[in-house]
Structures are given as structure tokens and as C-alpha cells.
Design a protein around this ligand. Structure first.
Ligand SMILES: [Zn+2]
Ligand SMILES: [Zn+2]
Length: 641
């Protein structure tokens, strides 16, 4: 059934009109409509509509509607701030993912008390029901309006002399303070018709920022906020934020002793033994699955001559993100991607159609330069390892190869209990290669998606210039969406590297290359997993799967005896050896989120069944043999328990 909430409201104007009249005629309720789109462009609701224009009504809970709402909310916040703090100077206030911010110049820092006051004042402004009104002014006039604000002046100075500049006024109403000057802000819009459209908002935090992101400039205070169509949606979002903060991979990764960072290697992850165990398990999982499908695993050098990066195009398009070094008077680049290395491997020996599809995989360490300001935990780093593979195939093989890749991706994502959907990006306006090959490839990708029974959407014209692709958007337990797996066709790389195979016809042809990754990067994927599971990994990933806890010192030797037996079964087990009360030992094991604790006391030593505590508090009674079989089964099946 169609989801009415997401149904688009589109109409053609029969005569020149406006959104209010048109809505009335079409019996569309306007109360949740915040803007309109004419020919795909967003406008204020009161924009004049010409005859025959196609108009789309934008609802407050659609992605674009939310953007309009948040934009408007940023103005309300700015107005509240200038009402309360005469010394505050507004700079810029854009919409960002999940909300908005405004950078403010003010000597004194905004404290928690200030935030409460600002929120209160925002409520007041919303109550005042101030209409937003767009006024277009000349550059000269705009400069006059902002003669006391050097930041806005700087922005205006950069605007085109001949284009009118839009200023949005929040018009005073009978409920507004009599003495107040009308609030206005430089903005392209659009906005909601009136402040009363803002129903559910919250100021989230204050952070430091610099004017124009340059540390040599004035220091500003960045106030983050968000706004949703309903109170319920806002509450859900705030709840999600709270959960995410608790499960933050930087915090949990440290508490669980998985990873560390050092100023000595900014933006690079140190995997501690427990974190590395998780990584190895993840690697082995993919390796096993790839082996079943006939992938060949390789390892290529990290440092490769700049000539190769010139051929691959990285030199022209990616140089700023690469690290370089000089050895024996030769220039080398540190690889930001594994592809060129794999191209060299393909070219190493002559190939015939019988060798295809050739699947080359590598757990490849790459380095990419990121500015220090954007580095963040394990999700934005300068060095990471990809579960990369390149599949070389003929044009005819594209469909079967892609089906196999899609199946593998689904198999892997299902193990982690993610929800996901695929997005197909097709030929962009500027593309390279033969049109016929593009059409054939896109057809093959669509067929593959259909046959894989995948839920997918199409991003028309969003492909790379060298080929169409399928990306996977994955939703984690906290409701956040990540782009993870990708399957990208490439018609150009084989040409650049002059890769050829002998076809059935005895002539030489270029293969098609498919770049494919499932986790993407181990670092980022593990960060997502830490948060997705809130540290309670499924047993196959747990660094310690079983812990033995002696009730008293005298039970310790029996623990060690059991430990030996369990270890032989390739189960990661340890005995708690420090002196502590049994309750403390259990507590500590719980904090480490170890899935199974075996408590050993007199009865167990005398041969009775074992008492096993699960990390959720549940208890089981089993013999050692039963327990081993039980755990091995869970590990084998990668159970999410
Ligand atoms: Zn605005
Ligand atoms: Zn690649």
C-alpha cells in the first residue's frame, strides 16, 4: 500500500495563482505544508505561480520540508540571541544533517543558563507568530543594513553586484515587544510562512568555531540546534542521540580496551589485542566467503611509483589527499586506493576469456590525507584497511558477477542484523566510454538488482564518469544510516592501464573492472559495530567468549583445568585470577560484556553440572561437554546473541 505520509502532492497551475489559492482549489490542507517547489526549485509558500507551472507542495516532514523548517528555526534562534544579548554578532547559520547551527561572535561564552534563556525566547518568538517576509535589496542597501556587522559585510562584499540580495524579515506582530527593531537576516531562503510553523525544536550544544574555519580569524561560538515536524519525532531523535552518546565507539572502544589513539600518529588507529581479535574475525569471515567464490587474495605494496598514479588518474584528481615520498631520486605515492596495484597484477601475465571473471581481493591498507579538523574517532581517519576486491570480467559477464557480489554483500550484512537498501547510480551527463556499453551495463545492473530481490532506488545521473554503481545504505540499531558496501563498474581503468584479454574471437578486448567492498573500511565498520551492539558483540566476535570465575581461591585450580579443555576447542576463554569477591568478579565480567561466565564453587568441583551466567543475567545449567557444543554452535552460526 502506498505510504500516504510520503505521497507527493503535485499539481499544474491552470492560471497564474499562488499556493494558497491552488491548495484551496485542490482541497489540499496547507497546515503541514511549509514551501513549494516549482520546476524542482524550492520557494516560499507565497511565491507567485505562473500558468502551467508544475507545483509540488513540500510537507514539513519531508527531507526538503525539514530543511526549510530548520532554516527558519535558525532565524528564530538568531533573533532570540540578538534580543537577549546586545553584544552578540551573527555570522552564518546553515542547515546541517539532522539540524542547524549558527556561528555567533560574543566575548562571553554561552553557558547552560543562556541556552535555557534562548530556548525560552525562541518559544516567545514562535508565539508571536511573526511572518517571514522576503525583501530583495541592492548590494548597497544590504551593506547599509549590516553596517555594524563586519562578518555579514564580508559575505555581502563577495556577492554579485548585479544580482538582488534577499533579506528575510521577521515582521513584528501585536504580540512582539513594542520597542524592538524588526529582525532580519541575510538569506536565500525559503522559509516557513510564519514562526508559528515551528513546533518542535531544541538547542543541542555549543562548540567553538573560527570565522571562515580559519584559526587565524576571530573565534566564534557555534550553537547547534534541531527542529522536527512534530514533538514525537524530536523526542525520538533526542533519544537516539542519547543512546548513541552512551555507545560512542571512542568511549566504549577505550573502556573495552579495543583501540587507542596517540598524538604520535594522528588519525590512525592502534588496535589493541582485543580490538585486533575482532578485526581478525571480521577479516576471516570475508576471506572464507570469498574463497568459496573463487577470489584470489593478494598483497600489494603501499608505496608505488608516481608514474602509476599518473596513469590511474589519481595524480590529476586525488593528489591533495595523497602522501608522497622520494626514494633513490624517484617519486613515490603512498596508495590511497588498491586498484592500481591490482591493475598491475592483471597486466602481469597474458589473459584469455577463460581466465575471466578474475576476482582479486586484498585487505589493503590505504592512506588518505584528511585535515586534522575533520578527524573523528575511527570513522574519519588517515589510514585504514579496506576489504577490497577487483573483478575483471567481459561485458557479457557483468550481470552474473554483480548478482554474485550483491548476494555476498547481503549475506554479510544479514549476519549483523542490519537493515539495508541499495541505490543504483546511473550515467552522469559527463561520462567517458561508449554509450552502448553504458546502456548494456546499466541494464545488467538493474537485472541483477531485480534478481537479487533487493529493495532499491535509482539515482539518475549520479554515477561516476567512469561507470555506474550500486551502493548500500545500512541502518544500524540506533537508526542511523551509513553508506557501507559498494559495487562500482569501471570502463576506464582497464583502458588507462591498457589491460587486455584474448576473446573467443581471438581478438584482444578490454575487460570491465568491478571495484567492490563490503565492510568498506575495517576501522569505520568496527566503529559502527561497537555502537550498533553497544559493545555487546555477538559471541563469534567477542575477544573473550567465556570467563571462569572461582568462588574462592581453592576453586582456582579447577578453573584452570577447565580453561585448558575449553581452549582446546578454539573457544577464547580466560580465568579471572585476581583476588576478589565472586560478586565483584561477576560485575567486572559484565562490564567487559563477556557473553558467558562460569562460576566454579564446591559443587562444580565435585562434578555437578556447571552454572553458566549469560551477560544479560540469565542462567543455564550444563555439563562441560554440553556447554562447549552449545558455544561452538553459536560461534559457528554467528548468532546475534
Ligand atoms: Zn534562512
Ligand atoms: Zn578499486
Amino acid at each position: 500500500m502506498a505510504d500516504l505520509k510520503n505521497l507527493k502532492l503535485i499539481a499544474r497551475a491552470e492560471s497564474s495563482t499562488n499556493a494558497f489559492e491552488l491548495a484551496k482549489k485542490l482541497k489540499i490542507e496547507l497546515k503541514d505544508i511549509v514551501a513549494i517547489k516549482i520546476d524542482g526549485k524550492l520557494y516560499d509558500l507565497n511565491k507567485k505561480i505562473e500558468k502551467d507551472q508544475i507545483v509540488e507542495f513540500v510537507k514539513n516532514n519531508s527531507p526538503e520540508g525539514l530543511e526549510v523548517l530548520r532554516h527558519s528555526c535558525a532565524h528564530v534562534m538568531a533573533q532570540a540571541i540578538v534580543r537577549l544579548y546586545k553584544d552578540a554578532k551573527l555570522t552564518i547559520g546553515p542547515v546541517v544533517e539532522d539540524g542547524f547551527y549558527y556561528d555567533i561572535y560574543r566575548e562571553k561564552p554561552f553557558e547552560l543558563e543562556d541556552i535555557k534563556k534562548i530556548e525560552q525566547e525562541m518559544k516567545q518568538i514562535i508565539e508571536e507568530d511573526q511572518p517571514f517576509e522576503r525583501v530583495e535589496v541592492s548590494k548597497q542597501k544590504a551593506k547599509e543594513l549590516y553596517k555594524d556587522n563586519k562578518y555579514k559585510l564580508e559575505i555581502i562584499e563577495e556577492l554579485d553586484e548585479n544580482q538582488p540580495i534577499s533579506i528575510y524579515y521577521n515582521r513584528k506582530t501585536s504580540k512582539s515587544p513594542a520597542k524592538e527593531k524588526e529582525f532580519f537576516d541575510l538569506c536565500t531562503g525559503p522559509h516557513v510562512p510564519s514562526t508559528c510553523y515551528i513546533k518542535a525544536f531544541k538547542i543541542l550544544k555549543v562548540a567553538g568555531a573560527y570565522w571562515r574555519a580559519n584559526a587565524a580569524n576571530d573565534q566564534l561560538q557555534r550553537i547547534y540546534g534541531t527542529c522536527f515536524a512534530t514533538k514525537q519525532e524530536l523526542d525520538q531523535y533526542l533519544e537516539r542521540l542519547e543512546k548513541a552518546a552512551l555507545a560512542d565507539h571512542r568511549k566504549l572502544g577505550k573502556e573495552l580496551n579495543l583501540i587507542m589513539f596517540s598524538e604520535m600518529a594522528p588519525g590512525m588507529v592502534f588496535f589493541l589485542p582485543d580490538g585486533y581479535t575482532i578485526r581478525q574475525e571480521l577479516e576471516n569471515f570475508i576471506r572464507q566467503e570469498q574463497q568459496k567464490l573463487g577470489y584470489k587474495e593478494v598483497r600489494t605494496p603501499i608505496i608505488i611509483n608516481t608514474k602509476v598514479w599518473q596513469i590511474s588518474g589519481h595524480w590529476d584528481h586525488y593528489k591533495d589527499n595523497m602522501y608522497f615520498t622520494k626514494i633513490d631520486e624517484q617519486n613515490y605515492g603512498i596508495k590511497p586506493m588498491n586498484c592500481p596495484g591490482h591493475m598491475l597484477i592483471f597486466a602481469n601475465s597474458s589473459k584469455s576469456y577463460r581466465d575471466l571473471p578474475l576476482k582479486i581481493s586484498e585487505f589493503g591498507l590505504v592512506h588518505r590525507h584528511e585535515l586534522s579538523g575533520v578527524l573523528s574517532g575511527m570513522t574519519r581517519v588517515r589510514a585504514f584497511t579496506q576489504d577490497d576486491a577487483h573483478i575483471f570480467c567481459t561485458d557479457e559477464q557483468i550481470e552474473e558477477v554483480v548478482i554474485e557480489v550483491l548476494d555476498l554483500i547481503q549475506k554479510v550484512l544479514n549476519v549483523f542484523g542490519f537493515e539495508y537498501r541499495a541505490e543504483l547510480s546511473t550515467r552522469p551527463e559527463k561520462y567517458m566510454g561508449e554509450l552502448k556499453l553504458w546502456q548494456k551495463a546499466e541494464e545488467a545492473l538493474k537485472n541483477a538488482l531485480k534478481k537479487s530481490k533487493l529493495d532499491y532506488s535509482i539515482n539518475e545521473g549520479d554515477g561516476a564518469f567512469y561507470g555506474p554503481k550500486i551502493d548500500f545504505k545500512v541502518k544500524d540499531a540506533l537508526g542511523r544510516v551509513w553508506q557501507l558496501s559498494t559495487c562500482q563498474l569501471d570502463f576506464q581503468m582497464p583502458i588507462r592501464f591498457e589491460l587486455k584479454y584474448e576473446g573467443k574471437d581471438g581478438r584482444l578486448h578490454h575487460p570491465v573492472v568491478i571495484h567492490r567492498a563490503i565492510y568498506g573500511s575495517f576501522e569505520r565498520f568496527i566503529a559502527i559495530l561497537i555502537e550498533h551492539y553497544a559493545g555487546k558483540f555477538p559471541i563469534w566476535l567477542c575477544p573473550t567468549q567465556v570467563i571462569l570465575l572461582a568462588v574462592a581461591e581453592k576453586h582456582l585450580p579447577y578453573c584452570l583445568e577447565l580453561e585448558e579443555k575449553i581452549k582446546k576447542e578454539k573457544i577464547r576463554v580466560e580465568t579471572y585470577k585476581k583476588e576478589a569477591t565472586i560478586n565483584l568478579k561477576i560485575r567486572e565480567a559484565q562490564l567487559r560484556k563477556i557473553p558467558y561466565m562460569i562460576v566454579i564453587g564446591d559443587r562444580e568441583v565435585s562434578g555437578e553440572k556447571l552454572t553458566i551466567r549469560k551477560r544479560n543475567g540469565q542462567q543455564l545449567k550444563m555439563s562441560l561437554e554440553e556447554f562447549i557444543a552449545f558455544v561452538k554452535n553459536k560461534i559457528e552460526n554467528k548468532e546475534n546473541d
